[in-house]
Design a protein around this ligand. Structure first.
Ligand code: PEP
Ligand code: MN
Length: 338
């Protein structure tokens, strides 16, 4: 439910309505606007006493939100959310490229790759120190040693860091080192992890589950926002279909659908989306054209020797080509890519 305040409602009147909402056992989310303040209400399991709310001083109207998602929806926040990662803004006019290897393998590996990413204009370095692998016998990541290497990348190249938290135990450690906490496809519906990420002050990159509908995807984001963290970046990374020419099917149509329903930024991951190096640049072109706010791309200096996801990792040269291409397309679709 949304409460619309009178244009001239005072801060005291807004606070009074919020107090009354709390007394009713509900949660109030004040949303200041250019013309008037609205107050989002969550926590109502049944019909709220609308007459009582309408009788409060300063209240103009009530809008019932019938969709299951509240805080992620444009009904609650009509303006695009711009997630500010220490000055790198995701969801505004700039198209932001996050790139790096699938996993942190060594200090040298990260430094070589990060240097190229910074040189060609990537803004955020990606690499997993905790890896959710299909097989328990596959490389599981370097853990805190990997996070320390990522911290060094940030200091040396000025790149921001996005890295995955795979469980609630290690999430606080990841939050200490990362600029953005990644929640992977396999954990999209790990509600305790989502809630814990929602309690941090770090932006969260939430990847779509490999068999998740858009409603499930947005409801997962709602868990994070419901805990008070509105800094969420969605990531379309492909879903499982009958197609076997690619690892997953990058669902590009998700981008305009999500943008219509939600104010949250959304980026595309053409690496996991295709699983094939040669398809990463074509799908990146499509991603910027369809309205994505950025990319998450896997890059490796020696993909044949990568410890994970080598076949989908683009080379350093290909990364340069990718950035040049994004820079050419960006102005055509009203974006910048610096
Ligand atoms: C990753 O980004 O390396 C990753 C594991 O992605 P996903 O969760 O989309 O499979
Ligand atoms: Mn990967």
């Amino acid at each position: 439910m949304l409460i619309v305040m009178e244009a001239g409602a005072t801060t005291e009147q807004v606070a009074g309505v919020c107090d009354e909402i709390s007394r009713m056992g509900l949660t109030a989310h004040p949303i200041p606007g250019a013309l008037r303040t609205a107050i989002g209400v969550t926590g109502n399991k049944s019909q709220v006493d609308a007459d009582k709310i309408l009788s409060l001083v300063g209240v103009r109207d009530i809008i019932h939100v019938t969709q299951p998602y509240k805080l992620v929806s444009r009904d609650f926040y009509p303006e695009n959310t711009v997630v500010d990662v220490g000055g790198v803004k995701i969801g505004g006019t700039e198209f932001v490229v996050m790139a790096g290897p699938c996993s942190v393998e060594s200090r040298d590996q990260c430094m070589i790759i990060a240097e190229t990413i910074a040189k060609f204009g990537g803004k955020i370095f990606r690499a997993g120190a905790f890896k959710p692998r299909t097989s328990p016998y596959s490389f599981q990541g370097l853990g805190e040693d990997g996070l320390k290497i990522l911290a060094e990348v940030r200091t040396r190249f000025g790149l921001k860091i996005v890295t995955e938290a795979v469980d609630t135990e290690t999430l606080p450690m990841v939050a200490d080192y990362a600029d953005i906490i990644q929640i992977g496809a396999r954990n999209m519906q790990n509600y305790s992890l989502l809630k814990k990420a929602g309690k941090t002050t770090r932006p969260v990159l939430l990847k779509r589950g490999m068999a998740a509908t858009l409603e499930e995807f947005l409801m997962a984001a709602e868990y994070i926002l419901a805990e008070g963290n509105r800094q969420v970046i969605l990531c379309e990374r492909g879903v499982r279909t009958f197609a076997d020419h690619t690892r997953n099917t990058l669902d590009l149509s998700a981008v305009p659908f999500v943008k219509r329903i939600s104010h949250l930024p959304i980026v595309c991951d053409p690496s996991h989306g295709t699983g094939k190096r040669a398809k990463v640049i074509p799908l990146s072109r499509a991603s910027i054209a369809v309205g994505a706010d950025g990319l998450l791309v896997e890059v490796h200096h020696d993909p044949a020797k990568a410890w994970s996801d080598g076949p989908q990792s683009i080379t350093l040269d290909m990364f340069g080509e990718l950035m040049n291409t994004m820079r050419l397309i960006a102005p055509v679709v009203g974006r910048t890519c610096v």
